[in-house]
Design a protein around this ligand. Structure first.
Ligand code: ADP
Length: 277
């Protein structure tokens, strides 16, 4: 064991034999239980990562799973708004209770902790990562089957989450005009470093269906996501169209009322693949 080892691998910089991937994992609150954790990542903001996280959580909840949604996008939280959550989280000295959405999804987000949802969070990276960890360790997650983590773009918070939470898989969100190849390659490299599988790719804003003739128009150019998924051995791909009604539902907090969930089938496949193991 190294001379300066503090016996807490999550904060200690020493490299000794007791430092393993498992020793960096943070424990859940003693009253919490979470079976599977899925992280949703993107290369940049505005591509629909929160929309994807929310639609996946809704698909999971509708399938009968007890579902949680952790909004790890601390400086740009949008999950409560999409699910119409106006309540604030309640807490005691040693725990915080998640806010529960209309359909029963357990949600934790910076926005349910702020006094006013438009208060800005002007924090340095370490404080942001620390808050995300507290969303895991200090929140009482009640018998959760699936937790979806809406990650911010960048690598800081994702690195903390991958090291500290038992993430079962990653879902990548891209759009056709993104540099898809590079973004997927980066995510694949990070996933390999962390030894976490990539479960699927969602190409959001993939096309637009003409309301008059029903033709699918590739607004941002032809998709190459299938070829990229094949190249990297990523098993499941979903294509979500640009849909103005979807934006309206999200903007007025009624996403759970949206009947035509574009990611229901995608979630079914992910669920099947995860439960095969
Ligand atoms: P990110 O989390 O990647 O920053 P969001 O999920 O917040 O992106 O989406 C950005 C904006 O685009 C939001 O206003 C959202 O309602 C809208 N949006 C996302 N996906 C779609 C879609 N497929 N069709 C129409 N609007 C969408």
């Amino acid at each position: 064991m190294a001379e300066n080892c503090t016996h807490d691998c999550s904060s200690c910089g020493e490299n000794c034999s007791s430092r393993t991937a498992e020793s960096l994992k943070k424990p859940l609150h003693e009253m919490s239980s979470v079976k599977k954790v899925i992280a949703v990542v993107s290369g940049k903001g505005g591509v629909g990562k929160s929309m994807t996280s929310a639609l996946l959580a809704i698909a999971s909840q509708n399938k009968g799973y007890i579902t949680a949604l952790m909004d790890a996008d601390i400086t740009g939280p949008s999950i409560p708004r999409m699910l119409g959550i106006r309540k604030r989280a309640m807490g005691s000295d040693n725990a915080i209770l998640p806010v529960v959405s209309e359909s029963g999804i357990q949600v934790m987000s910076m926005n349910v902790l702020l006094e006013k949802e438009d208060d800005p969070v002007v924090w340095r990276g370490s404080l942001i990562s620390g808050t995300v960890l507290q969303f895991w360790t200090d929140v009482i997650w009640n018998e959760v089957d699936y937790m979806f983590v809406d990650m911010p773009p960048g690598t800081g918070v994702p690195l903390t989450v991958f090291q500290s939470l038992p993430v079962d898989g990653i879902i990548i969100v891209t759009t056709p005009q993104d540099l898809v190849g590079m973004i997927v390659q980066k995510a694949v490299n990070m996933a390999e470093m962390m030894n976490i599988p990539i479960l699927g790719i969602v190409e959001n804003m993939s096309y637009f269906t003409c309301p008059d003739c029903g033709r699918k128009i590739s607004v941002f150019g032809e998709s190459c996501v299938d070829a990229i998924a094949l190249e990297h051995g990523i098993p499941v791909v979903a294509k979500v169209p640009i849909d103005c009604k979807l934006t309206q539902c999200a903007d007025c907090g009624k996403l759970e009322e949206w009947e035509d969930n574009y990611l229901a089938e995608f979630f079914d496949k992910i669920d099947k693949n995860l439960n095969k193991k």
